[in-house]
Write a protein that binds this ligand. Structure first.
Ligand code: 0O2
Length: 218
């Protein structure tokens, strides 16, 4: 019995220790993104980032993912196989901003890009569009440096709008929505993609007009 208690205390300690690392990784990456955003504003008088959200995955969601992927629910498996325990969502104005920002993130010395999932060029069957970067950042602790994983989801306001509502709707059906709902959601995703395209071309047209005006006044 005493042994069991010790094991539980150690597990609680391990859990808190792991969560401390993921929380620190979120702080590190958010700071880097804030600095990048300030630099964009300073150099180009334009900030591609509209807003940033972050979260730590719930224990329930971690367990579900491990089970879905056929792993035992151990902390070792969680650290090795769940790459989105620390998640940051960066919402940009235009699709072109996403790639611009992703390039800038990829160039950061302390960030290692593990892999990328481009659901903008290759949308999911559900209609989901977003750019996912799985990265690793070094967390300096008193015991040494611990490389820690973070999932970055970079999307436009329109992509975020669709994904947030679709997540809520699907949650209600626990992933088992009737076909007509899934089809309607896919059709909404196509409308959202068209809207993104239209807003991007409008922005490009406005920038061209501004550049011509500037040339005229020089
Ligand atoms: P939550 O609540 O955000 O934590 P991976 O190991 O992460 O590379 P996985 O799990 O197949 O492999 O990742 P995938 O499919 O790239 O999805 C990761 C996350 O993207 C999801 O996390 C969602 O946040 C988001 N996502 C993916 N597909 C969809 C979709 O069809 N609709 C919406 N709304 N979001 C999606 P979780 O763990 O599912 O959820």
């Amino acid at each position: 019995m005493a042994e069991q208690h010790t094991e539980i205390r150690e597990n609680v300690y391990d859990w808190q220790n792991i969560m401390f690392l993921y929380n620190s990784a979120i702080k590190e990456v958010r700071t880097k993104l804030d600095i990048m955003s300030d630099e964009f504003q300073f150099i180009y008088q334009y900030n591609p980032i509209e807003y940033i959200k972050s979260r730590i995955k719930t224990p329930e969601s971690i367990v579900n993912k491990l089970r879905r992927d056929g792993y035992e629910t151990t902390m070792k498996n969680m650290v090795e196989h769940v790459s989105d325990i620390a998640g940051i969502r960066v919402v940009c104005s235009f699709t072109s901003d996403i790639y611009r920002l992703a390039e800038a993130i990829g160039k950061q010395e302390e960030i290692s890009v593990l892999y990328i999932k481009d659901y903008i060029k290759h949308p999911k069957e559900s209609g989901y569009r977003s750019y996912h970067m799985h990265i690793q950042v070094p967390i300096q602790t008193t015991k040494g440096i611990v490389p820690t994983k973070v999932e970055l989801q970079i999307r436009t306001i329109a992509m975020d709008f669709w994904a947030s509502l679709e997540h809520k709707i699907y949650y209600k059906f626990e992933g088992d929505a009737p076909d007509y709902i899934s089809e309607d959601l896919q059709s909404c995703a196509r409308i959202v993609a068209k809207l993104d395209e239209k807003m991007l071309s409008l922005n490009e047209a406005i920038m061209e007009v501004e550049a011509r005006k500037k040339q005229g006044s020089d």
